[in-house]
Design a protein around this ligand. Structure first.
Ligand SMILES: [Fe+2]
Ligand SMILES: [Fe+2]
Length: 191
């Protein structure tokens, strides 16, 4: 089950459909960032054996998604390139506590929440997009992102106290919902 403290506001899906090419471009960046976040954890925490194989596999899977979104962009004639990102990731990472072991717990839980929000929004997209191929693409991806959400929460529990992890996840999820209430300049996967 996804741990989100509030659902996406109803206006998001309409804006997303109105700016679908922008959203797909952001989505490509998100998949690459998801792979990068997993790799960063591998480099930062080689002492935690339980992280290594699952996060290596997750990073490969995210790069696979990145390549699939690149193909969708090419099919639609949209060039991949730089794009102004949403402030979401930076605001969430600002909540990560600086000292260990809280830092690692928070990094895993922030990743879990980002995966959960992606999953929720991919479901909205798969239900609303008229192009059947693209709708099917999002329906396929959301199961992966739900699994990634569960994996990050499990890893945090493996490395810490389950009750503390659940409590911190609830706190961070509430913060995430507040971040999404703040006005955003552009429509993004996480805006
Ligand atoms: Fe992904
Ligand atoms: Fe993911």
């Amino acid at each position: 089950m996804l741990t989100l403290s509030a659902p996406t506001r109803p206006s998001w899906i309409g804006s997303a459909l109105d700016h679908l090419d922008d959203l797909l471009l952001d989505h490509a960046h998100c998949e690459k960032k998801a792979a990068g976040a997993a790799l960063k954890l591998l480099f930062s925490y080689p002492q935690h054996g339980c992280l290594q194989e699952p996060l290596s596999r997750l990073a490969r899977e995210e790069l696979g998604h990145f390549e699939q979104v690149l193909q969708r962009l090419e099919d639609r004639g949209v060039a991949f390139g730089r794009q102004r990102p949403s402030a979401y990731g930076g605001k969430l990472h600002a909540l990560v506590r600086p000292s260990e072991p809280q830092r690692l717990m928070d990094l895993l839980l922030v990743a879990a929440i980002i995966e959960a929000r992606s999953c929720e929004r991919f479901k909205l997209l798969s239900d609303a997009i008229e192009d059947p191929d693209l709708a099917k693409f999002y329906a396929g991806l959301l199961a992966c992102e739900a699994r990634h959400h569960g994996l990050y929460v499990e890893l945090a529990i493996d490395l810490g106290d389950a009750a503390q992890v659940r409590g911190r996840l609830a706190e961070l999820s509430a913060c995430e919902a507040r971040i999404l209430e703040e006005p955003a300049r552009d429509v993004r996967v996480h805006s």
